[in-house]
Design a protein around this ligand. Structure first.
Ligand code: PBG
Length: 337
């Protein structure tokens, strides 16, 4: 039944009273169309070289995790029933170059983190970001030549990065760079390296959004960034283009799709999920996290309620899973009931 059929069902007041089904908790439970469970959540984690935790000022409650605390934190997420985490590295300035070689250094921070989590035998999926920005001295996701972000040379770098991360124990390579042709190139490179079972999660529709600000603080790429990302990330004004991007990525071999940011782009999520019928994730990004934290800290919103409500809204719009910095908190709330 389409949305329109549903609104055309016959009947009218006073025989029809929509409030009957809402009248008690038991009947609300029976007619509930969507549910949020810990299995819907993916936790993005920031990792750092040195031991300990470093708070991220613009993302209160999220810390960069050092090698000594990472495995325990991931173990706690696994215990809560969170199926996967996504790793993002804080790369120090001395390791950033124009050629971004650190991205495919088999001993870089991401690879060491992957190996440590693998060695602990945790049952949790490991999603790796594929993009050059943390390693790039100019903060861009692609290689920059004469002030332009060059597509095809970037593909070669991304392939090396993806294969290196797969070698280190990643399960899913998630290109977030928005270069053209990257899914096919990465698929071929993974297959050539015998990583046939490595999945690709495409950030298929990633918008040039102001909501990424706190993330750039968290990975330390904001200061380096020269200019903006509008020549590769999408224009927030467009939706047909998002469906085309996602269709192309599926044709190139993507296993999973993502739409990003999250809540302000639920219309895009819904279209991509329903028109293409492929598993589609949403990313509740750093700025959305910061926004809710700030309002809750001021006492203007009830944090727990609004966190669970926003995550449920992603499910209603069609998301198969949601990347969220609230993942651990929300899974804890769901476990408490
Ligand atoms: C970069 C990347 C970004 C995010 C994930 N991967 C930022 C950007 O494109 O500048 C944003 C995530 C967030 O804001 O939470 N490859």
């Amino acid at each position: 039944m389409t949305d329109r059929d549903a609104t055309r069902l016959p009947g009218s007041f006073p025989r029809v009273r929509m409030r009957r089904n809402r009248a008690s908790a038991w009947s609300r439970a029976l007619v509930r169309e969507h549910a949020l469970t810990p299995a819907d959540l993916i936790w993005p984690i920031f990792v750092q070289e040195q031991d300990g935790r470093t708070p991220i000022a613009s993302m209160p409650g999220q810390d960069r995790l050092g090698p000594d605390v990472l495995v325990d934190a991931v173990g706690r997420a696994a215990e809560l029933g969170i199926p996967a985490i996504a790793l993002f590295p804080y790369v120090t300035d001395d390791k950033k170059t124009e050629a971004c070689e650190e991205a495919w250094n088999p001993d870089n921070l991401v690879c060491r983190s992957l190996r440590a989590i693998r060695a602990a035998g945790l049952q949790i999926g490991l999603i790796c970001d594929v993009a050059l920005d943390p390693y790039n001295s100019n903060g861009h996701d692609g290689l920059v030549v004469d002030g332009r972000i060059v597509n095809d040379p970037t593909l070669e770098a991304l392939c090396k990065q993806a294969v290196t991360q797969a070698d280190a124990g990643g399960d899913v390579q998630a290109p977030s760079d928005m270069m053209d042709g990257r899914i096919a190139a990465i698929r071929d490179a993974l297959d050539a390296a015998d990583h046939h079972d490595q999945a690709i999660l495409s950030y298929a529709a990633k918008y040039a959004s102001a909501y990424y600000g706190p993330f750039r603080d968290a990975v330390g790429s904001g200061g380096a960034l020269k200019g903006d990302k509008k020549t590769y990330q999408m224009d927030p004004a467009n939706t047909d283009e998002a469906v085309r991007e996602a269709a192309l990525d599926l044709a190139e071999g993507a296993d999973l799709l993502m739409v990003k940011p999250g809540l302000p782009y639920l219309d895009v999520l819904r279209r991509v999920r329903h028109e293409l019928g492929a598993p589609t994730f949403a990313y509740q990004v750093s700025g959305e996290y910061a926004q809710l934290c700030a309002a809750a800290a001021n006492g203007w919103l009830d944090r727990e309620k609004v966190v669970l409500e926003t995550l449920l809204c992603f499910k209603r719009a069609g998301a198969d899973a949601v990347l969220s910095y609230f993942a651990v908190e929300a899974a804890g709330l769901l476990a408490r009931g």
